[in-house]
Ligand binder design. Structure first.
Ligand SMILES: C[S@@+](CC[C@H](N)C(=O)[O-])C[C@H]1O[C@@H](n2cnc3c(N)ncnc32)[C@H](O)[C@@H]1O
Length: 307
């Protein structure tokens, strides 16, 4: 449903206070089919006013300046058309850190925090950390995973790659914003091509981590419109069965992994068996494990390269 005409008519009488602005915006968003209407309206008004969402309620009935009303209306109209809130505000929280987000990158998802949590736990068990633990992230996007790992594990050295130079720029900005740019090497290229300059050094990394594109190509058109029409297809499309990237990473990863090195993937919730099988069939991995997220869905798979 195209929300614009409804939105504009809903705002025929201009809201004069946060209370009225939020009520009218939430109504318009909800009529446009946005499930998180009230929450989104609050996030956008807080963004326009440069305050926290909680703060909105302290000045709930204070007058809203005309220029703020205009700006809020234009963001609500864009949200009604499906544009994600994170692209409208330019930010998203991940791992309790504030990340710059642009349409060049996938909006980091809370689900992906399980990948960071699992990686942090497994690195904690590694005896070689003090010698310099080297991590390769394939498909870094906003840099959410690489930056979070760099913050959690200051002794680790990280290579963050992406095929999209525009995404890498966002990741670089986020690394600087969080003071870890000196711990991360940013490299552009198609998966391992980005670190091809290291091929003379087989077994270089103790860990490879990736949240690769894993939507099945034929399912792409059925994604929610916020995702399908606004997030980069290159960040989502995992080929006909969604497994293209897992296959390629498992196949080539062994060359780049140190003995007993780890691979960690985020997976689609129905992909655990197939991804575990990829590791088993490769013949050089052991201890494939599946981790569930807080909703009980399979979300992360890890495996260890045989010594
Ligand atoms: C699902 S997104 C993950 C982004 C980020 N790591 C996160 O978890 O929010 C996948 C990322 O892989 C990148 N990508 C897609 N194809 C790639 C390729 N062939 N080589 C390297 N990166 C690729 C996309 O640009 C995108 O940033």
């Amino acid at each position: 449903m195209n929300g614009e005409p409804e939105t504009l008519s809903a705002f025929g009488r201009r809201p004069a206070t946060p209370r009225r602005a939020l009520e009218q915006a939430a109504g318009a968003l909800s009529r446009a089919g946005i499930e998180s209407a009230r929450l989104d309206a609050e996030a956008l008004l807080a963004h326009v006013l440069g305050v926290t969402r909680e703060r909105l309620y302290l000045d709930y009935d204070a007058p809203l300046a005309a220029d703020r009303q205009e700006r809020f209306l234009s963001l609500i109209a864009r949200r009604c058309r499906g544009e994600p809130v994170a692209y409208l505000t330019g930010r998203r929280e991940f791992w309790s850190l504030d990340f710059l987000v642009t349409p060049a990158v996938l909006v980091p998802r809370p689900d992906t925090e399980l990948l960071v949590e699992t990686a942090v736990g497994l690195i904690g068990e590694a005896p070689t950390l003090e010698l310099g633990f080297k991590i390769l992230e394939l498909g870094t996007g906003s840099g959410a995973i690489a930056v979070s790992l760099a913050k959690e594990k200051p002794a680790a050295e990280i290579w963050a790659t992406d095929i999209s130079p525009a995404a890498l720029e966002v990741a670089r900005t986020n690394a600087s914003r969080h003071g870890v740019a000196h711990k991360i090497h940013f490299c552009a290229g198609d998966l391992f091509e980005a670190v091809a300059y290291l091929t003379g050094r087989r077994g270089f990394f103790q860990m490879i981590v990736s949240n690769p594109p894993y939507v099945r190509s034929e399912e792409f058109d059925r994604l929610p419109r916020d995702v399908r029409d606004f997030e980069p297809r290159v960040a989502l499309d995992g080929g006909p069965d969604g497994l293209d990237f897992y296959r390629r990473i498992v196949r080539a990863g062994r060359l780049y992994l140190a003995s007993s090195g780890l691979v960690l993937f985020e997976i689609g919730e129905d992909m655990a068996d197939e991804v575990v099988r990829l590791f088993t069939d490769a013949g050089c991995f052991t201890l494939a494990r599946v981790y569930r997220d807080y909703s009980g869905r399979d979300r992360v798979v890890s495996a260890r390269k045989l010594p």
